[in-house]
Design a binder for this molecule. Sequence first.
Ligand SMILES: *Cc1c(COP(=O)(O)O)cnc(C)c1O
Length: 471
Amino acid sequence: MLGASGVGLSLSSSISACPATKSSRSTRHSSSVVKMAISVEKKPYTLEKSEEIFNAAKNLLPGGVNSPVRAFKSVGGQPIVFDSVKGSKMWDVDGNEYIDYVGSWGPAIIGHADDKVNAALIETLKKGTSFGAPCLLENVLAEMVIAAVPSVEMVRFVNSGTEACMGALRLARAYTGRQKLLKFEGCYHGHADSFLVKAGSGVATLGLPDSPGVPTAAASETLTAPYNDADAVSRLFQQHPGEVAVVVLEPVVGNAGFITPEPEFLAALRRITEENGALLIFDEVMTGFRLAYGGAQEYFGITPDLTTLGKIIGGGLPVGAYGGRREIMEMVAPAGPVYQAGTLSGNPLAMTAGIHTLRRLQEPGTYEHLEEVTGKLVNGLVAAGRAAGHEVSGGFIRGMFGFFFAEGPIRNFEEAKKSDTAKFGRFHRGMLEEGVYLAPSQFEAGFTSLAHTSQDIEQTLDAAKKVFRRI
Ligand SMILES: *Cc1c(COP(=O)(O)O)cnc(C)c1O
């Protein structure tokens, strides 16, 4: 098993690091040297090496990380430094095993380090890592994305979801000849200037206002409305006639916690944008290939003008994409005048991981499996939380879920913020000790994968029952 054992477990560290409170997973053994050596899996829960590495990182990287939420600021405690991943599991540098519900923030939908994806990557690797020139694999992944996603007739590959959203916004402005962007409070569309207004994800987690460094001019072209409030959108169109280029949203929110659109919301946005000559962008960086093979637009039957993708389509390598109707996409350089480029865009390794991840998702029963395991998990969590006397609400669609320490239903970011984040922090730390890795923020969705089994879910719910009782 990949990295599960033997992460340099020294006798001294396993003896010295026996904390007083212990989980069932880490049975204490006061025994002989021989027994210590063979019972690696049952060692006590410590994070000594994580701590050492993270402390060193703090002098090397701002906040010790390369992306803010990883630093565990909102849940407190020690961020975990990982050594390896496989299937539904992750192993940290101290040798602790976790059932993973972050899935690298979404890409790992078929399970981590899938054998077929890895084998394909090795074959591609033998031919080189980057061409900076056309390659056949770009056509293959493009054909798959175009066939899958209803709104996409042509696609441009980039290297991240942030880039995809930047490109789509520039294109929408060019196409409409207008400047203003309308987004929703708590939605996250990457870290480009125009989107960092009332943004979700790390911006929400850290309670940052609009980020310093964003020019007033950029932010002033961004209008915001509460999620699930189509009337507010209509009003903004009335207040700014002929100025709004585009309405962008997460068709199911994952970056303010998990929030679903009310039945008429997406249809109303489709109608309002059409009536006012604006474009509609679904940011499906998270929901694409996760809620359904064709994303949220297939799931809800509403087709936007442009779609942004990322996460899953890179299968764990850095990929993003934006696509839409041919007449719009043909404005992108060099077919048209809207500039956007990338040294590593269409990279053969990234294309390979995407292609083989999507192939796995095409197999029968995949979305049924996701629906089943996620349903068991979320219904079980909510029931266990309530049984222990907590206010808990939760929801899920296929492989995406969330739960709040607040009474539901949660319909927008204001309501999500009423959640008891201190309690979530205690729950998060408790679950880590029990071997379950959840997103380190109340304002992030969770993810399951094809590798998650009923046994994983049962183990998670057993852990949750214990933790709910003691927080
Ligand atoms: C993750 C995410 C992004 C940003 O993607 P990166 O690859 O992190 O730049 C944009 N939009 C949504 C909805 C996301 O979930």
